[in-house]
Design a protein around this ligand. Structure first.
Ligand code: TRP
Length: 336
């Protein structure tokens, strides 16, 4: 913790399974960043309450995601659960008063989620609206320098900077660091069943491949991947083939990628060969992850204890920030 490395913060919502789109698109990056930055990663269960959800599943999803993150290489010391650091919500409340209504109203993620057909009972919560303010608290409470997120989050990052800026101006002190987005090259993972859309859970079972999938089903999903309709557009690879090549590269099988790309360019690529290479590579990766996960699950009790401890350690940073903030904004700051 006490290094002069730059601080990276990112968070993920505990929903459903971890698929290869989540893994190659975000989580692998988290794992890799741990080498060069002081990283803090949160499983944000308060955020998961903003859409209608099943109260019986949330806690399990949170633990499940933690086991998954640890299984693919996130360091336990870098991981916390948001609801174990309740200061996030308290800072979120304070930030509500530094966030401009008009700006929050403009967030496209809110517009998308609140207009989406799959919102149960057409119920739109105030929490969903306020979500980006809580996100600003997640980031600023740790004085993060960098936030690795996808392009879809850049608006939330901009709002975070605005809140920090207004806060600093209001209290007359450059208290908060204005965080930057860390855009890293992450591959665009497509659904194998419909390569025109990205791999995602919300599109349905066919449209994502679980990182911990049982081997037979994983192979089957690759085998049935859509390639092309037979008609080739000159000089342009079909989205299906491109998707398979992307998976191969993302999973690190550069050798097979190079060879098969040569075949493609020479017009002699057999799709079965490409699919076999993708399936073998993903199965190999998945097997490692499953082995690691089995160990973690077998040691569940101890792992949960470690997460409570890491959350408590990380919470100390949050508590310090909150004490400073309460002081700066004129709230009472007594020790009980
Ligand atoms: N909003 C992010 C997403 O949908 C999740 C998130 C919540 C987050 N708090 C954050 C990401 C703080 C980065 C930093 O993916």
């Amino acid at each position: 913790m006490t290094t002069n490395k730059k601080r990276v913060l990112s968070c993920i919502q505990p929903t459903g399974h971890m698929h290869f789109g989540n893994y190659f698109g975000a989580v692998k990056n988290w794992v890799d960043l741990q080498e060069s930055y002081d990283c803090t990663y949160g499983v944000v269960d308060y955020h998961a309450m903003t859409m209608p959800y099943d109260v019986k599943k949330l806690r399990n999803n949170t633990w499940e995601l933690i086991f998954n993150l640890l299984a693919v290489g996130v360091d336990v010391d870098n991981l916390f659960v948001q609801s174990l650091v309740p200061e996030h919500t308290e800072l979120g409340w304070i930030f509500n008063n530094f966030a401009a209504m008009g700006r929050v109203e403009n967030m496209t993620q809110f517009k998308d989620k609140s207009s989406s057909e799959n919102i149960k009972d057409k119920f739109i919560s105030v929490g969903l609206f306020d979500y980006p303010v809580l996100q600003a608290a997640d980031i600023l409470i740790y004085k993060a320098d960098f936030v690795p997120v996808g392009k879809d989050q850049s608006q939330h990052l901009e709002l975070t900077r605005e809140i920090a800026n207004r806060f600093n101006n209001q209290v007359g002190k450059e208290y908060f660091v204005l965080p930057d987005t860390l855009f890293t090259e992450t591959p665009n993972i497509r659904s194998t069943a419909d390569p025109s859309r990205k791999m995602s859970k919300s599109a349905g079972e066919k449209h994502y491949i679980n990182v911990f999938e049982e081997e037979g089903r994983l192979r089957k999903q690759i085998k049935s991947a859509v390639t092309d309709t037979g008609e080739k557009t000159e000089g342009e690879m079909s989205p299906g083939l491109e998707g398979l090549f992307t998976l191969l590269k993302a999973a690190g099988n550069i050798e097979a990628h190079t060879t098969l790309m040569e075949h493609y360019n020479a017009d002699v690529l057999k799709y079965v060969d490409l699919k076999a290479a993708v399936a073998d590579t993903l199965v190999e990766l998945s097997t490692q992850f499953k082995e690691r996960k089995a160990e973690i699950v077998a040691d569940k009790k101890n792992i949960k204890l470690q997460i409570k401890q890491s959350s408590a350690e990380i919470r100390k940073v949050a508590q310090t920030t909150l004490r400073d903030v309460k002081e700066l904004v004129g709230l009472l700051n007594v020790k009980f």
